[in-house]
Design a protein. Sequence first.
Length: 74
Amino acid sequence: MIERFECAGTGNEELMAICEAYYREGMDKEELGFKLHQIITAACDRDMLSGWGVVVYIVSKDGISTTFHQSKQS
């Protein structure tokens, strides 16, 4: 089985569970970005040890894009 996403860090169990529920094959970049923001916010809110943000790497046939999602307000 080929994994379509990977999660790491203190909130990885929360992230993995939510990703498995919401990810579907064929999502376009805009939809994926929107879902990632929702997923990261939900997972980090449930894990008090998670940091203040997440670096997201999207690997596609067009290359690698990197974004930072702030999950908690300072």
